[in-house]
Ligand binder design. Structure first.
Ligand code: ATP
Ligand code: MG
Length: 136
């Protein structure tokens, strides 16, 4: 069965939204396979976000992601990768659709990086690579 990596980012953990985000994933019918609270190291984040290296938000993104603990979750289910992406909503929390995690719980805080509460792998290849990084 398909698996994906979900991260509750530091803003989600700091705001006490971990339970709410887990609730939405579980209520949708997906299974939690593994879960850990991680203070991410620079090296892990650089590998996780390698595709964004050189972009203007890259450094602020890494600083944000190492600003506090994240909750890493291995989630399983049929078509879970696209299902979790749909639950999360669009990247920009200001315009993410209401009903989604980002649309209901996030907004712009006037920072250089979009603090948008969650991450979800975007393809089977990415999911395999990311799960290996966060759960080795
Ligand atoms: P994620 O990969 O975290 O699930 P995503 O796939 O919706 O989110 P990406 O394009 O992969 O978005 O960007 C990774 C992260 O970088 C975003 O979640 C956001 O935190 C930040 N980000 C992306 N684009 C911008 C931007 N234009 N300005 C500021 N921050 C951004
Ligand atoms: Mg992405």
């Amino acid at each position: 069965v398909e698996e994906t990596l979900v991260l509750v980012k530091p803003d989600g953990v700091a705001r006490g939204l971990t339970g709410e985000i887990l609730r939405r994933i579980e209520s949708k019918g997906y299974s939690l396979v593994d879960l850990r609270l991680v203070q991410a190291e620079r090296d892990l984040l650089e590998r996780h976000y390698a595709e964004h290296e050189g972009k203007p938000f890259y450094e602020p993104l890494l600083e944000f992601m190492e600003s506090g603990p994240v909750v890493a979750i291995r989630v399983a289910g049929e078509r879970v990768i696209e299902g979790v992406r749909a639950l999360m909503g669009a990247t920009d929390p200001t315009t993410a659709a209401p009903g989604t995690i980002r649309g209901d719980l996030g907004r712009d805080w006037g920072l250089k990086v979009q603090q948008n509460l969650v991450h979800g792998s975007d393809s089977p290849e990415t999911a395999a690579r990311e799960l290996d990084l966060w759960f080795r």
